[in-house]
Ligand binder design. Structure first.
Ligand SMILES: [Zn+2]
Length: 795
């Protein structure tokens, strides 16, 4: 739906009688005032109001968020540009594909086009400043008559997304107001600030699982191909005031060097303008590397990814830092000392929401002004990058055979590539052919090949340097799809078509689609049987097959806002499992076996599961964990035949609190737990002995176990500082003796070689299943989804 003014008098647009209201007059307080936060409907209302008073803005609702809020984008440019948006969109699309646009036509189009800049705000909902900045900056662009502003409006099409996570705007505002004036003012909410994935919503940009990601990619990136995407974030409070690229090493090898150079150029230009405007504490080339494509979709699609990370206040509550509260070191710079990439240290003082907005206003304006100044080069290089991608010769193609163990995962893999605009042809034998002679060949290559992350130590023999996020993203390994790399080009005709999903009554255990079909059958009140040898399902009775009962599943939700819980919940819903969310009190109440067959405890540190938030750090109803009563209730549940499922770090809880007999050989880790990432400027993580910061590792499966139905003997699992064990208990997955690393980065192979990665521990007449991995990793690990699903229905 296009929400826009009906400006029929095109000539002068004299219908725009009223001047746009300032955001301050609209909100009833200055933008970024202390202890004031905005609600999403107010933000949407303001942008709608702007369309009624200016012909330089359009606002469109792209769709709905996970919780059903309107997801909007504003387009801002000269009125004449807005009248011809179709034409500028066409120019972008033609420049994006050198196979349909020859170099001389491209030169003409470059002369006529505009730089398209996409600014996206507050994907992380506690980082509230940029949504405020979006209102104030839009007002400025629409009203200020300066040469600077005119240049931007003339040369640039700005697509402004006031929030990539509108649900989170309201979740955070509600929590902030609830705790205002209490000891908990400025704390983070006890729930995820995105319905399913919380902070991981900016790790979703190659699997595209959430509606906000899908809308942004399908309706903005894939349509407009912005030359620049500027993603506005906030970070911890005790280092720089603002980070801008250049990025740290390592940079993903498939990202074109031209784009890397342009990011260096734009970032230093922004840093230079901030410094000239008197802003101190501006860091470049620190903290943030450019490795994982989970955040960098645009950089594989011809566009720059600009990022600013501002120091945070406590939501809208000011903070004051003394000089000795400034961190003595951060990755890439020392916040206490002048260096080439941190020239004017910020050495303490009061820091408030309004300060963040002031820095952002300068950074945004600098980004857009440079987008105007460099319009020609940015457009020409956009075309050039597409030429270079299309000319790729090594490899020639990737081929996905028509015969696969898991047709459901194969279809999903190909759909995922296509969603990112990868063309998939049909080979003579029905295989899917991904030629490298296409504009987004680098994107396909990154997602299909093995990652070789550098052995990045702080100093020789020293501890590992923490990657910004994970180090592997090899979809064929994650999804269990056989993909061949072919040196030469491969003939293909037409588009690959997915075969229809298996329709039953026989359903293969190896096909992830089967799980959807089985859950649907249960929804319809049908009965399901399972072959005790292969684990295949049948919707009709068969001799020797056992009836498979629908499990009554409980999923534990801590008050620590655990992203792993959110991802698990999302996965269960996608595959139509029924489940009940349980909190501390529900588990402590006991009598669990009467209510449930399996209880899932997501990745969380044992200590955090037991104790939760400490008293005094959150309102009392959100403090505490399972405690002794919860542990007793879980033991009783398993003793009476229930299945306890512990994911990754939570497995340590089963060992230390429930008495499962296994010895952890890896250094104890925290478990991911809260709605945040590991960043905070720390330079190291893990130990010099062992480190697996999001890596694919080789294990051998005991295929005789019912947990392994449908899973081949040799697979790669997702390890994120995952525990490995010595144990006499039944082991379902064991690390290989050597060549443990399949993709990404691993320090300390010897520590985990031959050790257990999945334990099936009997407790009474039930089980505790310990996953030393994340089997449901970020909607991607289709191969190990099956280990997890088998555990859910274990009886
Ligand atoms: Zn962020």
């Amino acid at each position: 739906m296009m929400i826009r003014s009906t400006c029929l008098l095109l000539a002068a647009c004299s219908v725009f009688a009223a001047a746009p209201p300032t955001p301050a007059s609209y909100l009833g307080h200055p933008v970024g005032a202390d202890r004031e936060v905005v609600d999403w409907d107010k933000v949407v209302g303001y942008f709608q109001l702007l369309t009624k008073s200016s012909d330089r803005i359009r606002v469109e609702e792209l769709g709905k968020t996970a919780d059903g809020r309107p997801f909007i984008a504003a387009t801002i440019a000269e009125a004449a540009t807005l009248k011809n948006l179709d034409r500028y969109r066409d120019i972008q699309q033609r420049l994006a594909d050198p196979r349909r646009t020859d170099p001389s036509t491209a030169e003409e189009l470059i002369g006529q086009g505009k730089t398209v800049v996409l600014i996206t705000c507050s994907i992380h909902a506690t980082e509230i400043a940029s949504t405020h900045t979006s209102m104030e900056y839009a007002y400025k662009l629409l009203t200020e008559d300066s040469p600077h502003n005119r240049a931007i409006l003339k040369d640039v099409i700005l697509i402004l997304v006031p929030s990539l996570n509108p649900d989170g705007v309201d979740i955070v505002a509600r929590w902030y107001r609830k705790t205002l004036g209490t000891p908990y003012e400025g704390s983070n909410p006890p729930e995820l600030y995105h319905k399913y994935v919380g902070h991981d919503n900016n790790r979703d940009w190659y699997i595209f699982s959430q509606p906000e990601t899908r809308l942004t990619v399908s309706k903005l990136h894939n349509v407009w191909h912005p030359e620049i995407t500027y993603d506005v974030h906030q970070m911890g409070a005790n280092g720089a005031r603002l980070f801008v690229p250049p990025w740290l090493d390592p940079t993903e090898p498939n990202i074109d060097a031209i784009l890397m150079q342009e990011m260096n150029m734009m970032g230093t230009a922004m840093a230079s303008d901030l410094t000239a405007a008197g802003k101190t504490g501006v860091a470049i080339h620190g903290v943030y590397d450019f490795w994982t494509p989970s955040r960098h979709f645009m950089a594989f699609h011809g566009g720059l990814r600009m990022l600013t990370e501002s120091a945070s206040a406590r939501i809208a509550t000011p903070i004051t830092l003394t000089a000795d509260q400034i961190a003595p070191n951060a990755l890439g710079y020392n916040p206490r000392e002048r260096s080439w990439n941190y020239l004017e240290p910020w050495l303490g003082g009061t820091w408030r929401l309004r300060d963040i907005i002031d820095y952002q206003l300068i950074a945004w304006d600098s980004c857009l002004y440079n987008a105007s100044l460099h319009r020609t080069e940015l457009l020409r290089n956009f075309y050039r990058v597409a030429q270079r991608q299309t000319a790729r010769t090594d490899p020639g193609a990737f081929v996905i055979s028509a015969v696969q163990r898991d047709p459901g995962a194969t279809r999903k893999l190909i759909e995922t590539l296509r969603f990112g605009q990868v063309e998939v042809g049909r080979g003579a034998d029905g295989s899917a052919v991904i030629s490298m002679h296409q504009p987004y060949s680098g994107w396909a290559k990154t997602l299909l090949e093995v990652q070789h992350y550098p052995n990045d130590l702080l100093y020789p023999g020293g501890p590992p340097k923490r990657p910004y996020d994970v180090t592997a993203n090899t979809l064929p390994l994650l999804m269990g799809v056989d993909v061949k790399t072919v040196k030469d080009s491969v003939a293909a005709s037409g588009q690959w078509q997915a075969p229809p999903p298996a329709a039953g009554p026989l359903l293969k255990a190896a096909d992830t689609d089967s799980w959807m079909a089985v859950n649907r059958a249960w929804d319809e009140g049908r009965r399901v049987w399972r072959d005790p040898s292969s684990g295949d399902f049948s919707l009709a009775e068969r001799g020797g097959w056992k009836e498979q009962k629908r499990p009554r599943i409980a999923l534990y939700q801590a008050w620590t806002a655990n992203m792993d819980e959110g991802w698990t919940r999302w996965l269960l819903e996608q595959f139509h499992f029924r489940y009940t969310t349980v909190h501390n009190a529900d588990l402590q109440a006991g009598g669990l076996r009467q209510k449930f067959d399996s209880i899932v405890i997501p990745d969380q540190a044992a200590n955090s599961i037991e104790n939760g938030h400490r008293a005094g750090t959150m309102p009392p109803e959100y403090t505490g964990g399972l405690g002794t009563k919860g542990a007793e209730a879980l033991k009783e549940f398993a003793g009476a035949g229930g299945t306890l499922i512990f994911l990754n770090g939570a497995s340590e809880y089963a060992i230390s609190r429930l008495g499962v007999q296994a010895k952890t050989v890896t250094p104890t880790r925290g478990g991911r737990g809260g709605d945040t990432d590991f960043t905070g400027g720390d330079r190291t993580a893990g130990s010099a002995e062992f480190y697996s910061p999001g890596s694919l590792l080789n294990v051998r499966i005991d295929t005789s176990s019912p947990l392994a139905y449908g899973v081949p003997a040799d697979i790669a699992i997702w390890s994120e500082q995952s525990p490995a064990w010595d144990t006499q208990l039944p082991v379902v997955a064991r690390y290989t003796p050597d060549h443990v690393l399949a993709s990404g980065w691993l320090v300390g192979e010897k520590i985990i070689a031959n050790r257990a990665a999945l334990i099936d521990a009997p407790i009474g007449s039930g089980h505790a299943i310990l996953f030393g991995m994340r089997p449901q990793y970020r909607a991607q690990s289709y191969l190990t989804f099956k280990l997890f699903f088998n555990a859910l229905v274990y009886q």
